[in-house]
Design a protein around this ligand. Structure first.
Ligand code: NAD
Ligand code: MG
Length: 307
């Protein structure tokens, strides 16, 4: 058994003084395509999920977290950060993403962390309940829920949007959040935290993904509404709104192909964000240090202005 180590990676980590403009390179991703769901393993260039940089400081010691969409992108960065902050983690993802999930499990188990893999499809109502039950059973408790799974597929305007794509997007992005969270309330004790992944698209929708953008606005609204119900019970609900972040979602039709080389360059920082740059926001909102932060959306957008 490896010694559990939350103090690893003390070189250039997220706490080192750095210029945000060039903390990460301004990437120009080549045109590429992956079928949905994309894999981090095949992303060009590779995304940075904090594998060699995120340093834990004990902020989630003893916590038990279920993270959806945890295999890749932002979810993977959150998983790495949560584990290194001391949390036991249960990862949900689609069965087709087993390779990305196994990579994370190996990485974190080699550092001495406890990782549970719970593959399954959140468009399945029954699975939305069973994934919560499985997480609770595997960890003998549940006090942190990160609703991060999402899908984004560009369409040719409203008339190019099929009923199937419309319904699948709402199923994964918002209906599953209602279902998973509703069931999690059977287990979450006072002190628990729920963090939902929304988007800059909630305020500034692009016409070619307006169905996606609508779900993200709904997530903001849901987070604020539920936060009012749960605050008196000692459970906090918040959201994180990423700007343009380099993840497999972007190359599995999340963006028009010809837009990939310019991805993220229109931000004031002039570059796309890397998934690991999102992790501290989720850690902050999950940790008890944010005890008076409720119904908030933390925007992590590289400077794109949000209300
Ligand atoms: P990603 O592809 O790495 O993660 C999305 C994950 O959603 C997938 O890994 C997959 O496991 C999960 N998922 C999709 N359909 C599912 C289903 N039916 N059942 C179970 N899981 C399913 O991409 P990402 O960019 O890291 O996305 C994570 C979240 O961040 C999403 O909610 C996305 O909308 C949001 N977001 C991303 C960006 C960005 O620029 N990348 C910007 C704003 C918001
Ligand atoms: Mg994935």
């Amino acid at each position: 058994m490896t010694q559990k180590n939350t103090q690893n990676h003390v070189g250039v980590d997220q706490l080192t003084f750095q210029n945000p403009v060039n903390r990460f390179p301004s990437i120009e991703p080549p045109q590429q395509h992956q079928p949905e769901p994309g894999l981090d393993e095949q992303l060009v260039p590779k995304a940075d999920r904090g594998e060699t940089s995120y340093r834990g400081t004990g902020r989630l010691e003893g916590r038990k977290a279920l993270i959806t969409g945890a295999d890749s992108g932002i979810g993977a960065a959150v998983t790495i950060a949560f584990a290194r902050e001391g949390a036991e983690v249960a990862l949900n993802y689609l069965p087709a993403e087993e390779k990305d999930a196994q990579y994370l499990k190996n990485l974190l188990e080699n550092e001495g962390h406890t990782v549970h893999l719970l593959p399954g499809d959140l468009t399945d109502r029954e699975f939305c309940r069973s994934v919560v039950d499985q997480a609770h059973e595997a960890m003998d408790g549940l006090d942190t829920l990160v609703n991060n799974a999402g899908k984004q597929v560009v369409t040719d305007g409203l008339q190019g949007l099929s009923d199937e794509e419309l319904e699948a997007t709402f199923d994964v992005n918002i209906l599953a959040i209602f279902r998973v969270t509703r069931h999690a309330l059977n287990y979450l004790p006072a002190g628990s935290s729920i963090v939902n992944s929304t988007s800059i698209q909630a305020y500034d929708p692009s016409p070619h993904i307006m169905h996606y953008a609508s779900t993200k606005a709904a997530i903001n609204n849901f987070s604020k509404g539920l936060s009012q119900e749960l605050a008196p019970k000692g459970i906090r609900v918040n959201a994180v709104a990423p700007g343009p972040i380099w993840t497999p979602l972007q190359v599995s039709d999340g963006q028009p192909k010809d837009a990939l080389p310019q991805f993220g360059k229109n931000t004031p920082l002039g570059r796309a964000g890397q998934p690991t740059e999102l992790a501290p926001a989720y850690v902050f909102l999950a940790s008890s240090e944010s005890s008076y932060v409720i119904g908030e959306t933390l925007n992590v957008t590289g400077g794109q202005v949000s209300p």
